[in-house]
Write a protein that binds this ligand. Structure first.
Ligand code: F6P
Length: 519
């Protein structure tokens, strides 16, 4: 069955013309493969997908009952079956969920707004140290950079995530405990890294402030009891709910540090941008639906063309953490090999990787252009210049547009030889060099442009990727909302930690030897 589901697509792929040919053969290509929603435009026309392939992919989505699952998702049904939970991050933006959920969200949003406004007005705090890891870190970190494009932040906002002492040291160095607000974010409040960093930050506060340190210490968690036991004062705890997955949680109280630093209005705009993408995803027909088209393109590249990775290259420094954020969002959600029913899947989530443009051009783009087999690329660019440095922005975007064109058109050996001949190269030099200077081309990419890097556009972009992940999870038949694969290593680390302190344990010879190095 798993194999059969891609047979028709494989037959189409076997006869697929080059992308440049598709532009000639399909006069409506720009209409059909470019979608716009609000400030976001996604151009899929440089993907190696024909109209016929697109049609067949839409059939695949229908066969997988995508619309049925989408309905269940927005209705708040417990689609995270292995954890028996609903998945309602759109409700945090005001879309979906029942009246109870909507009320909880509304009340929490009001509470967060009041708290953030008070901190901003009072002026007691100058710095915020946000402690958390994974979904309790990557979203706030990415969005803090993104919001800085259009919104002032008068706070020193720092992050500590790693259990490596360097992380909390870097975050605290040079700050005054008196004017620092520490916000500990952990859905479970059991995460080793976060608890250790929180303890160190609390020690640091208490060393200077003594008992008064509690006023500078906030927790955001779905485990209120755990935070209380840790010693956080009851009225210093902000809740979120088990129906918010960690990697989908930046929209909740997890974004408190952003609300304080950039103001609740900017944060509301960010939520509104995501809500607009939610309603688009919920209501638009599948063939005009941005997350659906993005997801199907990814399925085509992964399951039919056989690519094992996707490079995400934001040509926007303020989105430079996008690929790190998407690594968790996509790989923790869909990096699975069992279906919801416990059967083996076929190929699922590719490796997500990348770096900001233009930096990547001087590092791994050689591989993208001439390596085997290369990887599809998501280029992400912002049209508005937020930086006011004469010429820089145009140069940045010229590079972005040039790279997707170069990947697609390539350069044949014949053209290289002609150019070398015209430049006066001898025959033997031409023979040696021409193959090296040849570009295979026909390498697929999507270009996403935002009109500006506003909070609204930022929310739109992140929600687009969230829903893409949802759709791919449905096609691949996996539960995108659990993460059992992170557990085994965590458990072993706990017992090895005890052994480093003298306890006895049994391991394979290699691990024994490594533990021995620390004794
Ligand atoms: O180990 C993975 C994970 O559970 C992620 O899913 C989560 O975002 C991260 O750890 C942090 O978890 P918490 O917010 O519970 O500290």
């Amino acid at each position: 069955m798993e194999k059969d589901r891609y047979l028709k697509l494989e037959a189409i792929a076997a006869k697929l013309p080059a992308i440049t040919e598709l532009f000639k053969l399909e006069p409506k290509r720009m209409e059909q493969f470019v979608l716009r929603e609000g400030p976001l435009r996604a151009d899929f026309s440089k993907q190696a997908i024909s109209e016929q392939a697109r049609e067949q992919l839409l059939h695949l989505a229908a066969d997988c009952q995508l619309e049925h699952w989408r309905g269940r998702f927005f209705a708040g049904e417990k689609i995270n079956t292995t954890e028996d939970r609903a998945v309602l991050h759109p409700a945090l933006r005001g879309v979906g969920g029942d009246q109870d959920v909507q009320k909880q969200v509304k009340d929490m949003r009001a509470k967060l707004r009041t708290f953030a406004e008070n901190v901003r007005k009072e002026g007691k705090f100058k710095s915020i140290v946000h402690i958390g890891i994974g979904g309790s870190d990557l979203g706030p970190r990415l969005i803090a950079d993104g919001l800085a494009a259009s919104t002032d932040n008068t706070f020193e906002l720092r992050f500590a995530e790693n259990v490596d002492g360097a992380s909390i040291n870097d975050a605290l160095t040079g700050l005054d405990p008196k004017t620092t607000l520490v916000i500990v974010v952990s859905k479970s409040f059991t995460t080793q890294e976060t608890r250790m960093n929180a303890e160190s930050a609390r020690d640091w506060l208490e060393a200077k402030l003594g008992k008064k340190a509690g006023a500078n210490f906030i927790a955001v968690t779905a485990n209120r009891e755990g935070a209380e036991k840790f010693g956080v004062a009851i009225d210093q705890i902000f809740d979120f709910w088990d129906w918010v997955g960690g990697r989908y949680s930046v929209w909740s109280a997890v974004g408190l540090s952003l609300q304080i630093a950039f103001g609740p209005d900017a944060f509301d705009d960010f939520l509104a941008g995501a809500a607009a993408m939610d309603t688009h995803f919920r209501d638009a027909p599948l063939d005009k639906n941005l997350p659906v088209m993005m997801a199907l393109t990814g399925v085509w590249n992964r399951n039919v063309l056989g690519y094992s990775s996707v490079a995400v290259i934001p040509y926007a420094r303020r989105l430079r953490k996008l690929s790190a954020f998407l690594q968790q969002l996509e790989m923790e959600s869909n990096g699975k090999s069992k279906t919801r029913d416990g059967e083996n899947t076929g190929l699922t989530c590719p490796i997500i990787w990348g770096d900001e443009g233009t930096n990547g051009q001087h590092a791994f783009f050689q591989w993208l252009h001439q390596g085997t087999p290369g990887a599809p690329v998501d280029f992400v660019a912002v049209l508005k210049d937020h930086e006011n440095r004469s010429g820089h922005h145009k140069a940045l975007l010229a590079n972005c547009f040039a790279q997707s064109e170069a990947l697609m058109i390539g350069k044949s050996q014949m053209i290289v030889e002609e150019e070398m001949m015209a430049a006066g190269f001898k025959k033997q030099d031409r023979e040696v060099l021409a193959p090296q200077k040849t570009f295979p081309g026909n390498r697929p990419s999507t270009t996403i442009t935002l009109d500006e890097l506003s909070p609204f556009a930022l929310g739109h972009l992140i929600a687009l990727y969230e829903h893409k992940v949802f759709v791919q999870g449905i096609i691949w038949g996996v539960n995108s909302f659990d993460q059992w694969g992170v557990e085994l290593g965590k458990v072993l680390a706990k017992s090895i930690l005890k052994e480093l302190d003298g306890a006895k344990g049994e391991h394979d010879p290699s691990t024994e030897a490594l533990i021995g190095l620390m004794k």
